[in-house]
Design a protein around this ligand. Sequence first.
Ligand SMILES: Nc1ncnc2c1ncn2[C@@H]1O[C@H](COP(=O)(O)OP(=O)(O)OP(=O)(O)O)[C@@H](O)[C@H]1O
Length: 293
Amino acid sequence: MENIFKSQLSALRQKKHLSQELLAQKLFVSRQSISKWENGESEPNIDKLISISEIFSVNLDFLLAGHTHGDALILELKNLNKSFKNPVLKDVNLSIYGRDRIALLGSNGSGKTTIVNTILGNIIPDKGSVVKHFNAQDDLSVMTQENCLIASLKVREQIALSLKIYDAYSKINIDDLLKKFRLTEQSEVIVDQLSGGQKRRLALLLTLIKPSKLLILDEPTVGMDLESIDLFWDYLDHVGGSVVTITHDFNQIDNYFTRVVLLKDGVIKSDESVANIHSNNQTIEHWYRLMNQ
Ligand SMILES: Nc1ncnc2c1ncn2[C@@H]1O[C@H](COP(=O)(O)OP(=O)(O)OP(=O)(O)O)[C@@H](O)[C@H]1O
């Protein structure tokens, strides 16, 4: 085993604000064992390694060697060029792998939405291509806008309908979902009568229950209260597949993302792993301010 494991474990634990004591409880080992693993004095067996990778939602390759791309390649942007009045994307190249958690960053007008729309097929690039290594119809999910909700249904009916469509009815408990998204009290309310924030939470819930290989979110937590924001990122953390999000919620990027891609002047100025940035004792916000000057 490479020596990187001890620092990976310690970094992942701190990122999740898990004490050694709590992690020990989850793994049914003593706190001293965790301490020894983090000091490099001993190493966990394979069963414990698998449990650790599950607890932190990372693969073994990442845990043992720091490789973030252990998963399959699912999407490639090749030499994308797009101009409106002026060039917006200039030879953009990007590869997305399974379980990547990518935050797409850049100033207003830097082309983030144009990239997303090109992936979705809403914008045709002037040059270059988008290669999807999955079935776009079934495996691509985009944050549903509120107007995709069915106004006349009750909240519970709307969720049940989506679960049926995605064939996930038996696996997911509606009451659990309602509770997680703080909509239990509204379960029998007609969708049209929800508040704006409640509609947004419901729309996000519906987006997140669709199993997908690639989930794309554009500023998903704008307009949400703090409690809902934490809950949202926490839930997102357990979603399989990869996620590309346009967000400036830097604290959450520190906690939940694996990669940051910075767009500037029509090119990808930096494509960096969050672990690398943290290993230089930088927060993502600090890194972003330096890189985006
Ligand atoms: N359909 C369009 N027609 C003309 N210009 C467009 C169109 N879509 C985007 N643009 C221009 O392309 C540039 C990039 O826009 P884009 O929406 O991709 O930026 P963004 O990084 O998502 O910005 P923001 O953070 O403000 O949402 C902007 O100058 C914008 O005016």
